[in-house]
Ligand binder design. Structure first.
Ligand code: TTP
Ligand code: MG
Length: 350
């Protein structure tokens, strides 16, 4: 008999904003936005995140900061303090790492734990409640946890449990849990895919399940086949702490949209140096470089290049890193004549 797995997904609630509330208790209970300077509505960056009070005004991550200002000018707007959030993140991850032998960090505030050793879902639920309490006692941060037979179900359950919640979906409840959800609630399905699925008659997962695998494959290729499995709650991927991939990144929004090569490349040079500095500090090896470019009108594109496919490949030096990143940036400038609003550089490391 296949081994029964129990997987837990934990994600901190409104992470950057909750750290700021903790550091500044006078802001608690008020709408708070972390991100670019709103400059009384003329600011040009984006929202990193906001607390749930600010979400009541419709403010969301990645929204232009000017729109956040328009929706709630009385909110408290704070700049992003990456150093602090990274320190807090490391402390939370160490609590999680101590709690279970298999822990996989997937972003600054989320991780999977394989808690199959607990054997049953009731024990897993108690374990998760204790973990939430511990994080709150030690770091004063609220979190949400989803529990399921695999990473996919655990992640969706966590999303559904937010904020400050805990949700268990046992194997026999999978269909009932998934079917009423909108297709966008499956990780990996964004607005574009959802639009195409809608044309094919699938708005909910229940309806997505009516589309045969071959048809999904025809429309979406390999990804269609994986979508077919996901709609049925199937996900065999393992919680892996063998290779903790982290992502380091920086971006810059220009004061004015620009095509001035000097402005663009000197900003990019400084971003590349900052990212390289962080890489050095962490002792990481570069795996993939991604350059982000946002044009006038908020049209955003990314281009990526994988440099090292294995840990045994020789380390990348700064010159190679800078050259390869610049090549990606140059492709944007050549391919698209529009003025540029923002550039960014992200690196996956191992
Ligand atoms: P999330 O976990 O996606 O968001 P969150 O923790 O703020 O809110 P919740 O999980 O309760 O929905 O991301 C974690 C942090 O990553 C977030 O606090 C800020 C940062 N972030 C950005 O800077 N830009 C983004 O577009 C997103 C989505 C997150
Ligand atoms: Mg979060």
């Amino acid at each position: 008999m296949a081994e029964k797995r129990i997987i837990l997904h934990i994600d901190l609630d409104a992470f950057f904003a909750k750290v700021e509330e903790r550091e500044n208790p006078q802001f608690r209970g008020k709408p708070l936005v972390v991100g670019a300077d709103p400059k009384s509505g003329r600011g040009r960056g984006v929202v990193s995140t906001c607390n749930y009070e600010a979400r009541r005004y419709g403010i969301r991550s990645a929204m232009p900061i000017s729109e956040a200002w328009r929706r709630c000018p009385q909110a408290i707007f704070l700049p992003v303090n990456f150093k602090l959030y990274n320190e807090v993140s490391a402390k939370v991850m160490s609590i999680l790492g101590d709690a279970a032998p298999m822990m996989e960090q997937v972003s600054v505030d989320e991780a999977y734990l394989d808690v199959s050793f607990l054997k049953d879902y009731l024990k897993a639920k108690n374990f998760a409640a204790a973990l939430k309490r511990k994080i709150f006692e030690k770091e004063e941060l609220p979190s949400s946890i989803g529990i399921g037979p695999n990473k996919l179900i655990a992640k969706i359950a966590c999303q559904k449990a937010k904020p400050d919640g805990l949700m268990v979906v046992s194997p026999e409840d999978i269909d009932e849990f998934l079917e009423p959800l909108q297709v966008q609630e499956l990780p990996g399905i964004g607005p574009k895919t959802a639009g195409r699925l809608k044309l094919a008659g699938a708005d909910t997962i229940k309806n997505l399940k009516k589309i045969p695998r071959a048809e999904l494959k025809e429309i979406f290729g390999k990804w269609g086949s994986s979508m077919y499995d996901k709609a049925r709650g199937i996900d065999e991927s393992k919680v892996s702490n063998a290779e903790i991939i982290k992502s380091i990144g920086k971006e810059r929004t220009f004061e004015r949209d620009t095509r001035d090569g000097d402005v663009i490349f000197s900003a990019f040079e400084s971003i590349a140096r900052d990212v390289w500095g962080e890489l050095g500090a962490g002792g990481f090896a570069v795996k993939t470089i991604t350059v982000v470019c946002r044009f006038s009108g908020f049209e955003t594109h990314t281009k990526s290049k994988t440099l090292n496919c294995s840990c045994s490949a020789p380390a990348v030096d700064f010159e190679t890193f800078r050259r390869e990143s610049k090549k990606l940036l140059l492709r944007f400038i050549v391919d698209n004549p529009k003025p540029i609003r923002l550039i960014g550089l992200r690196v996956k490391v191992e």
